[in-house]
Design a protein around this ligand. Sequence first.
Ligand SMILES: *[C@@H]1O[C@H](CO)[C@@H](O)[C@H](O)[C@H]1NC(C)=O
Ligand SMILES: *[C@@H]1O[C@H](CO)[C@@H](O)[C@H](O)[C@H]1NC(C)=O
Ligand SMILES: *[C@@H]1O[C@H](CO)[C@@H](O)[C@H](O)[C@H]1NC(C)=O
Ligand SMILES: *[C@@H]1O[C@H](CO)[C@@H](O)[C@H](O)[C@H]1NC(C)=O
Ligand SMILES: *[C@@H]1O[C@H](CO)[C@@H](O)[C@H](O)[C@H]1NC(C)=O
Ligand SMILES: *[C@@H]1O[C@H](CO)[C@@H](O)[C@H](O)[C@H]1NC(C)=O
Length: 934
Amino acid sequence: MEAVQLMGFALTLFISLFSVVYSVTDPNDLAIINEFKKGLENSELLEWPVNGDDPCGPPAWPHIICTGNKIQQIQVMGLGLKGPLPQNFNKLSKLTNLGLQKNKFSGKLPSFGGLSELRYAFLDFNMFDSIPLDFFNGLVSLEVLALDDNPLNATTGWGLPNELQSSAQLTNLTLMNCNLAGSLPEFLGNMSSLDVLLLSKNRLSGTIPGTFKDSELKMLWLNDQSGDGMSGSIDVVSTMRSLTSLWLHGNHFSGKIPKEIGNLTYLQDLNVNSNDLVGLIPESLANMSLGHLDLNNNHFMGPIPNFKAINVSYQSNSFCQAKICAPEVMALLEFLDELNYPSKLVESWSGDNPCDGPWWGLSCDINQKVIVINLPKSNLSGTLSPSIAKLDSLTHIYLGSNNISGSIPSSWTSLKHLVLLDLSNNHISLPLPEFTPPLKLVLSGNSLLNSSPLIASPLQKNSTSTSVSPSLPTNKSSSSKSNLVIFVVPIASFALLVSFAMLLYVYVRKRSMDRHKGPTSLVVHPRDPSDLDRMVKIAISDETKGSLSILTGRGSSSIHSGKYPVMEAGNLVISVQVLRDVTKNFAPENELGRGGFGVVYKGELDDGTKIAVKRMESGVISSKALDEFQSEISVLSKVRHRNLVSLLGYSVEGNERILVYEHMPQGALSTHLFNWKSLNLEPLSWKRRLNIALDVARGMEYLHTLAHQCFIHRDLKPSNILLTDDFRAKVSDFGLVKPAPNGEKGSVVTKLAGTFGYLAPEYAVTGKITTKADVFSFGVVLMELLTGWMALDDDRPNESQYLVAWFWNIKSSKEKLIAAIDPALDVKQESTFESIYTVAELAGHCTAREPGQRPDMSHAVNVLSPLVEKWKPLEEDSDDDCGIDYSLPLNQMVKGWQESEGKDLSCVDLEDTKGSIPSRPTGFAESFTSVDGR
Ligand SMILES: *[C@@H]1O[C@H](CO)[C@@H](O)[C@H](O)[C@H]1NC(C)=O
Ligand SMILES: *[C@@H]1O[C@H](CO)[C@@H](O)[C@H](O)[C@H]1NC(C)=O
Ligand SMILES: *[C@@H]1O[C@H](CO)[C@@H](O)[C@H](O)[C@H]1NC(C)=O
Ligand SMILES: *[C@@H]1O[C@H](CO)[C@@H](O)[C@H](O)[C@H]1NC(C)=O
Ligand SMILES: *[C@@H]1O[C@H](CO)[C@@H](O)[C@H](O)[C@H]1NC(C)=O
Ligand SMILES: *[C@@H]1O[C@H](CO)[C@@H](O)[C@H](O)[C@H]1NC(C)=O
């Protein structure tokens, strides 16, 4: 046994002595190899001889190839080796080919600086966690470098140093998923040897540098950069004519796909999924015979072309969903194109019908024609497209306060319905095309036009006379905010208001009953100065006249047009002479307010009884509007209730169209809620507010369920709630009242009407209205009563500009709610707090997003009446007195009416006998409902 051991030992000794003496491997390389081996946790996987000292052999060790006595290659792909590389690795001076990929090498990558013969370096799919700055120095022979899938410098990321430029032979640079950060280095575009540049899944940002122009890359992968991602135009790629595979997906590239993309004749695979690309798909791209084309999740618009690509997808874009888009859509897309596709518009101008969907900044009429382009202060830059001339129904174009340059296309003069073109505060230049009256052209604030004598003519002649800029005098009772009313300003603020009101768009639905002549367009009215709550009013205009027909003032009513049979309620007719007398021939000092179609005067009867007389301006009311005028009378005479302002009579003589209402001495709730300070009024006490809330609730309940027909008010707001001397409230302004067709549950699609800030979201979005839209507005009024804030106020901080949204945020916190209570309210008692919570809860309930979740008005009455009774038991509402005896002379009639105050007048129907079972009115009702076609 001993002899055998001894022999073994001698043999080992012999072998090692032999090695020492006869080794051919360069000792420096050997030392590095030994250190490499020593550092590994599992070096046995290499199957290198134990105590071996000649890797180059012969026989050479596994995985090692030498040139002479120097190590030339190490190929250990996929062995599962664990551990670091020696830091002096770059002393393997003859290393040309290194295959370390797919192991578990970890720790710091050593510098490769100086490995001047290194041609292939595969370090990918390992766990190296940092790369030194000098890694790339002097790699003059480098052809392929792969570092993919290593967690290099994870916290800070890292960038390619310029030294890599000296690797002039580099063909393949693949650095996917290894935390490459910053911008794509410019020099890479200059490296003419590069064929393959794969940088997916890093943290690159910024644009594709211009140095990539005419680059001969075959593969360029820049997809899925985390963080901000890459951005900017992709125009330069269309010059990289050798490309076969271009992956740009998962970034924020923007702009259009260049037409010249068709030049990339070798391209097989194009992926731009999930970017911000816009515009039409160029025909040249559609014609490319690609193997794979991914256009998903961008903002491509227009028609879906016939793609030649084998495998193509284009989901989640803004295509028309048709092979051919409507001509209006194409015209609008050309308009967008010239304005460089502003992102807000790109996001909302989707589909094949600008009148059906979220087309920001456009309004349509009932015939699905675009009539208003409303994009002031919208950061538009670029030029104006001649294509707009194809939208021949346009009446108003608001593009003030943008960065639009160039001249106005002469084709625009063919827009025969255009009455207003506002291009103020842009960079419009000459020449100006010759527009003809009655167009009003607003070009102030265009410095390039300043010296031009030309603009005087379209601007100053025959301009203000037409429809759109009624520069209205203010309500007599207020002087505070009146000088706000310069036409352009309200329209500009409109955009603001809208954005906060979430009411981005309007659907106007096609209906089968269009044949009825009637209100044909939706226009946004400038702020009505007589509305103390400074709201924007939406009015309906008569397209054939091109004139605005309504604008409500205090106690006034607006015209709801449509063809109704003439009312025959003869007793309501009052002679104009009587009204002249009682208003001192419509004396200016008797003016109570003014609206778009008339002035409201105070009238005083012989015995001192006061009435409100609304006289339409003869210029505004055409003979054609006679039917409309009478229909209003019809509607108003159907709804009588102590909490609804009552129509007492009317006059029709010659050009005179006059409506007479009961006079409401304390004016509008809005005055007492929002303007009491400037008018030196007492603020409304909580008790009064509760009473008002209950009165309004009762009036609305009547309108919705108790009248003979279910009516929807559509414009409930504090300026339409009028107050008696003892601060009881009546709802006024029935100009927008709609009958609901199938009882209160039915919904009817209508033109959008109402006031921003009070509009229920579903109504604003779909145009479908039910009584629940009124409930929503009522909830808003409750919020205003609680806070003393207007529903919309752009003077407030952003988060609270839209009262409803803000109130929803704070209402669940008692502290926040108490802090939000109108400071004018002196709340100390616990019982007051309790009723405040109750009202706040009701306000929230009424403004629920889903109409189905909002209560009925009767619920509101039930919630509010016990609160009011806490303060003061109500008078009995039992008497079924019908209130007005229209056979009496006016003064007695008004007296009788006033005496019947405090009695419930809900029974009244002029044609019915007292106390009979309410029946559906005939004739009138049918024709009324048919206007909206349901
Ligand atoms: C990576 O991080 C190390 C320190 O962790 C740093 O020394 C090195 O310079 C970084 N590499 C690059 C290319 O920035
Ligand atoms: C360069 O990359 C391409 C594409 O990934 C590949 O087909 C080619 O084999 C690579 N060249 C070398 C030398 O690795
Ligand atoms: C790229 O090349 C162009 C011209 O060939 C040169 O002007 C430019 O400085 C180079 N850029 C870089 C970053 O090397
Ligand atoms: C690209 O193609 C267009 C035609 O689509 C041609 O006019 C243009 O010269 C081409 N550009 C280059 C750089 O070849
Ligand atoms: C695309 O192909 C169609 C027919 O295949 C041809 O008429 C059209 O001119 C092509 N367009 C472009 C830009 O190449
Ligand atoms: C302005 O309008 C008046 C009548 O409305 C007309 O007589 C006059 O010719 C018009 N002026 C211009 C310059 O069109």
